[in-house]
Ligand binder design. Sequence first.
Ligand SMILES: Nc1ncnc2c1ncn2[C@@H]1O[C@H](COP(=O)(O)OP(=O)(O)O)[C@@H](O)[C@H]1O
Ligand SMILES: [Mg+2]
Length: 364
Amino acid sequence: MFDSIEDVQKRLGDQGYICDKAVATVVFLATRLEKPVLVEGPAGVGKTELAKATGAALGCPLIRLQCYEGLDEAKALYEWEYSKQLLYTQILKERFSQAMEGATSVREAADRIGQEDSVFFSERFIVPRPLMRAITSEEPVLLLIDEVDKSDPEFEAFLLEILSDFQVSIPEVGTVEAKRRPVVFLTSNDQREMSDALKRRCLHLYIDFPGQEQELRILDSKVPGVDQRLAEDVVRLMHGLRELDLKKAPSISETLDWARALLALNAKELEEGLVQDTLNVILKYEGDIRKAQSELGRLLERKPEPPKPAEPVTAKSEEPAPAPAASSASPPGPAASSASPPGPAASSAAPPAPKPAAKKGRLH
Ligand SMILES: Nc1ncnc2c1ncn2[C@@H]1O[C@H](COP(=O)(O)OP(=O)(O)O)[C@@H](O)[C@H]1O
Ligand SMILES: [Mg+2]
């Protein structure tokens, strides 16, 4: 259990996850109120990583349910192990024959076998899937329901039941109640809007692209060894790229990939030729690459941010007072109402944009 919001920030930091106070507040409340957290935001901003880091910080094993179109209860909750049931019927063939001995009609034989079928529909023959494993676990676990927006609305409705009661009813066996409520994270990349009912049951957290300072800290934590000046240039250029109206804005994942690529290439500074040659590490659509190429000169000429007081950014261990929050805790239900309100948008760290970003979740 976390002691305080600061404790969350510190322990997530120990796991290499850099978060601001808004994110830490939601995580703190989720563990205190035993409420699931629905984390939304663009791809690659650290939603899945937040769940993993929280699990690691709490020392809880992670049980992950990766959602996809067509995911159903059998894959998410439990299914009967037919092959084992069949094997048992083969092995127990003789016993069945004995049980049916003396039966004068087919109906009577079937009735006698029917009396035994509870043996075959018992926990022995259940294959637990992630939700069931999380509910029945003896030790506290962190359940990550990842990319829930990829599942069908029917599946979302089914999840509601689990998330409100933490129990499952299996017709043949009865109700299985959670021994210990898992810490639950759901993530969504905004592929579709989640229902109000689901949102109501969860604390809501929106993670946007980080401000420049935060992204530098993430870079420092995940790819140590990058020269400070180069890291700053990388982050500044990434922020410039995010202001272009691209089909897929580069995310933190791309910042990290690019920094690793530059390290591998022994790059000391960002010069235009090098950036042109490595744009495919950060942009995944030809149209985006062309657009970025045409703007590159202008983006590379950008001046660094106004100087910051004293020590280098990456050495800082805590947020500056009016931290430009890259994420916002938006509490839909009463439970979350004490989560800190969203700070200024992530873009507050970015220089004035010639063109406002067009898509949701971008810098504004
Ligand atoms: N705040 C953060 N601190 C440390 N690493 C981060 C942070 N945010 C994102 N990352 C890194 O960025 C990458 C993408 O994160 P991920 O959780 O997979 O994104 P998402 O689930 O939002 O698509 C991962 O390598 C992760 O380690
Ligand atoms: Mg993810």
